[in-house]
Every structure is written in C-alpha cells, then in structure tokens.
Design a protein around this ligand. Structure first.
Ligand code: NDP
Length: 246
C-alpha cells in the first residue's frame, strides 16, 4: 500500500537496526528516503535496494554525524537528490557500557560525540533547512528511566538529546515544525545484543510487563506516527516505546 507523495525524509544511521526499520517504514508511507550511514556502505545500499524493490525512492549518503562539514554535506546531498526535506529522523548512535571511572573517559567522549554532539549537529541543520510543516524526531532511550549501572555515558548522552529536543521545539516557534524524541526500550539490534549473554537478554526482556524485547519495526511505527498527519499536535515530547518497562 505504498502511496507516493512528494515528501522526503532523511534518516541517520539507516544502514541497520532501528534506523533501517524507520527508513523502510517511512518509504512504505510514501516518503523518498535519504539513507545516512557512517561506514557500512554495503548495508546502506541494501536498505536502498529494499526500498526501491518495493517501489520506493531512496539514496544512500555517507556522513559521520560528529563532523559539522559531513553533516552539512549530508543535508546538501539530500536537497540535491530530492529538492526538499520534510522529515529528519536522527537514529545514528552508539552504546558503550562502562562504569563511571576515570579510565572510562575515552568511551564517555566517544558516546557524547556520536550521540549528543551528533544530535546537536543534525538538529541544528534540520532547524535551519526544514520547510514549514516539517518534523524532527531524535532517538533517545527508555534506559534513562532505569539508571542501570554501566549506562552512565549512554544515559548522559540521551538525557542531553531529550533536552535539545525540548529546547528546539521552543526555538522553532512560529514555523509549524514539531520536534520530538522516541525513547525505545531494549530492541533487537546489534547495538543492544552486542556483548550480552542469552541470560542477560532474557533478564532484560522481563523488565517490561509485556515480557519481551522490542522489534525495530515497533519503534518505526512510533516514528511514523510522529512524522505523519496523526502526530501533528505532538510537540516537544518524549514518546517512550518499551512495552511498559518504565
Ligand atoms: P545499531 O548499532 O543497530 O545501528 C547504528 C546505526 O548508527 C548504524 O546505521 C551506524 O552506521 C550508525 N552510526 C553510528 N555512528 C555513526 C556516526 N558517527 N555517523 C553516522 N552514522 C552512525 O543501533 P540501533 O539501531 O539499535 O540504535 C538506533 C538508535 O536507537 C540509537 O540512537 C540508539 O541509542 C537508540 N536506542 C536503541 C535501543 C536498542 O535497544 N537497540 C534502545 C534505546 C535506544 P554504520 O552501519 O555505517 O556503522
């Protein structure tokens, strides 16, 4: 039920995981998609191929979200490809699990650079370039509400993202652009599964009353709601999508 419109969406971190699911869902909803990625060229091309195979329209554009010039080039590329931009979804992110100790500083810096500095750069370009009626959606995390040990840098970065989203919603007053965050709970992707034993995954699955891990397309559904007509009155909010974990 692909319905083609002239609308376009840029999704960062769309070579895999949640970003890929968002790209596929928004493509099915009729958006032309810019598939951003950091280094996985082949996987990004697979996302594009999946979209075009289903009758959609997409291009892949490499760009490290921590680098201002790369982010500018990414948005330039989006406009070159499709001539307009209606939706920006910032899904690119990393998760390093380390305790709050001095020798974790490298992991802290990397996490803040990708998750928070990256969000600042993507949100600032989106704010500068989106037309009236645009939608900006950033990925936070429900783990903020749990404060598990070893999540310090990650939670700090995502708390920062939620702060940026609320402030930007106010800064864009008068332009009919909404800015929101989606905060998933544990979701079956490489980021979540990496380094976890089956036992740890099973334990985390029990954190939600629905007693399972979420799937990327369940997060994409929430993003599609915020991006689409039904989400028009939601602004400056964090939508937790986690099976009831917090
Ligand atoms: P994945 O590890 O599956 O995918 C990460 C994506 O981000 C990849 O496309 C990767 O590109 C891209 N990326 C990483 N660093 C950069 C960078 N510097 N510049 C551009 N792109 C980059 O992660 P998920 O899909 O699981 O996570 C997506 C978002 O959802 C993240 O923000 C994460 O924090 C959040 N989230 C995830 C949860 C989960 O349980 N999975 C729970 C809560 C929140 P490449 O393939 O080229 O490396």
């Amino acid at each position: 039920m692909t319905q083609h419109t002239a609308k376009t969406a840029l999704v960062t971190g769309a070579s895999r995981g949640i970003g890929k699911a968002i790209a596929l869902r928004l493509a099915a909803d009729g958006y032309a998609i810019v598939v951003n990625y950091a280094g996985n060229h082949e996987l990004a091309q697979e996302t594009v191929a999946d979209i075009t195979r289903n009758g959609g329209n997409a291009v892949a554009i490499q760009g490290d979200v921590t680098e201002p010039t790369a982010v500018t080039t990414l948005f330039d590329g989006a406009y070159d490809a499709f001539g307009s931009l209606d939706v920006v979804v910032h899904s690119a992110g990393i998760m390093a699990l380390v305790p709050i100790k001095e020798d974790s500083l490298d992991a802290f810096d990397r996490t803040i650079a990708t998750n928070l500095r990256g969000a600042f750069l993507i949100l600032s370009q989106a704010a500068a370039r989106l037309q009236e009626g645009g939608r900006i959606i950033a990925l936070s995390s429900s783990v903020i509400g749990k404060s598990f040990p070893n999540y310090g840098p990650y939670i700090a970065s995502k708390a920062g993202v939620e702060g940026l989203v609320r402030v930007l919603a106010n800064e864009l007053r008068g332009r009919s652009i909404t800015v929101n965050a989606v905060a998933p709970g544990p979701t079956e992707t490489e980021l979540f599964m990496q380094g976890k034993s089956d036992e740890m995954v099973a334990q985390l699955a029990q954190a939600a009353p629905l007693e399972r891990i979420g799937q990327p397309d369940e997060i994409a559904s929430a993003v599609a709601f915020l991006a689409g007509p039904d989400g028009a009155w939601v602004n400056g909010q964090v939508l937790r999508v986690n099976g009831g974990m917090v």
